[in-house]
Design a protein around this ligand. Structure first.
Ligand code: FE2
Length: 444
């Protein structure tokens, strides 16, 4: 009897101190206190913000408290969060989501999340200025790290944000984690990104690794549970496929994981139909599309033909300015392309980037392909991109984790019509590097 009593006391003590023990956090992470706090948009970036977080399964209610930072007298508002239980391979958790609405544009807010008694620390976000014509955002290629060591990802995302504190949001172009249905990988990923994704929205893309790790489903279940995104995509693919606007830019996120989700039928055709309508409806000056498996790969032997044949005709029909792909862990930039032909200037074609890597995994079989005007293999350290947008220019900077500038590429667009669209670099100089590839149809 005495032994049983002692055992019960020990279990109780362990439950009380577990949240503070690293062994407990490594095993599952979630406690009664909020973590994995993440900003996204599910609606207008000027007047709304969506906040998600998690706790362990003992917590059943959640709130966001927020107020304007520049107005000390502004009374804190409280919004009740929706929540659902989500059991990972290692732990039962509860995920909370709240959409803050009616926010003032171009305004900084402080916020905290909690159940009314246990609160997170104070965080802050900035709403968009709907009239802005000039802003920047960050793009990261695959952050996946096979040994569940996301320290490099943590370093690069913090480095990128520290030197670009005015970035308005960030995009991970898929394969955020190595094993998509593995709670430990996500715990490490979120812990590494803490301090960034709770300050600026993260608008992620599904990669093939988000679908891995589960024998009974190849839907990106953990990804869908943890990120709340615009619900304007095609039926059956909502959250995984979406679009939104920020300033003069229309941004579209697609799902290239047909082969991993083949048991759900054809997921490309519904996206093509949706994409055609989505792009036709947009009057944005700049248009950027993201999907994981690229139309123009830099990795030996990779073609991604089904994805390319589905997405690229619609992308090029609507003259998308930039496409960001990933998957290859190398950096590539193509000529302007239309119908597999290399065009002499961006006004006549779409430029495809492969986004390199922001995690530990690097390949040695990535090379400059015939369609590339720029190639870089980030073997020594990961890389990221800073996208600077103005009314007349779209600038893509490729930057190493240590801040070294690798490449700058600028597209110019006429201020009035949007039709005059040239490289900032003189065309003659650009053509000099490989004139033969400019001929329409070369390199098909
Ligand atoms: Fe991938």
């Amino acid at each position: 009897m005495k032994k049983r009593f002692m055992l019960a006391v020990l279990i109780l003590l362990f439950a009380l101190v577990c949240p503070a023990l690293s062994v407990c956090q490594a095993a599952g992470g979630a406690t009664a206190s909020p973590d994995h706090i993440t900003l996204t948009w599910t609606d207008n970036p000027a007047t709304t913000m969506t906040v998600t977080w998690r706790t362990d399964a003992t917590i059943t209610k959640g709130f966001v408290e927020y107020q304007k930072m520049a107005v000390p007298s502004d009374a804190a508002k409280r919004v009740k969060a929706a929540s659902f239980g989500f059991t990972t391979d290692i732990q039962a958790t509860r995920l909370f989501t709240a959409k803050l609405t009616g926010l003032s544009p171009n305004t900084k807010y402080s916020y905290r999340v909690g159940d009314g008694s246990r609160w997170s620390g104070k965080h802050a976000f900035m709403t968009a200025d709907p009239k802005t014509k000039s802003f920047k955002f960050l793009v990261f290629g695959d952050s996946q790290s096979p040994a569940d060591d996301y320290s490099l990802w943590g370093k690069i995302v913090h480095n990128a944000y520290n030197v670009n504190p005015d970035a308005k949001f960030m995009v991970n172009v898929g394969d955020l984690v190595d094993v998509g249905q593995d709670g430990a990988h996500w715990n490490s990923w979120f812990a590494a990104a803490e301090g960034v994704i709770d300050n600026i929205p993260e608008m992620p893309v599904v990669g093939n690794h988000e679908t891995s790790g589960s024998p009974d489903t190849r839907r990106p279940a953990y990804w869908n549970a943890q990120f709340r995104l615009p619900q304007n995509g095609p039926v059956g693919l909502k959250n995984q496929v979406y679009s939104y606007d920020y300033g003069p830019v229309h941004l579209v996120v697609l799902d290239s994981q047909q082969s991993e989700q083949k048991q759900y039928g054809d997921i490309l055709t519904p996206q093509v139909k949706w994409l055609d309508a989505d792009l036709a409806a947009s009057k944005a000056k700049w248009k950027i599309v993201f999907y994981h498996k690229g139309s123009y790969s830099v990795k030996d032997g990779r073609k991604n033909k089904k994805v390319k044949n589905a997405f690229s005709p619609v992308i090029e029909k609507h003259h998308i300015d930039l496409v960001f792909n990933a998957h290859d862990h190398g950096v590539g930039r193509t000529y302007p392309i239309k119908g597999d032909a290399y065009m002499p200037e961006p006004s006549k074609g779409t430029i495809y980037y492969v986004a390199g890597r922001s995690g530990t995994k690097a390949y040695d079989d990535v090379h400059k392909r015939e369609w590339n005007t720029f190639f870089y293999n980030p073997q020594d350290q990961p890389n990221y991109f800073v996208i600077d947008v103005t009314d007349t220019t779209l600038t893509v900077k490729t930057v190493n984790m240590d801040g070294t500038l690798v490449d700058t590429f600028v597209i110019k667009k006429n201020n009035n019509t949007g039709r005059l669209n040239r490289f900032a670099r003189p065309l003659a100089l650009w053509l000099k590097s490989d004139r033969r590839l400019v001929a329409a149809g070369a390199g098909r």
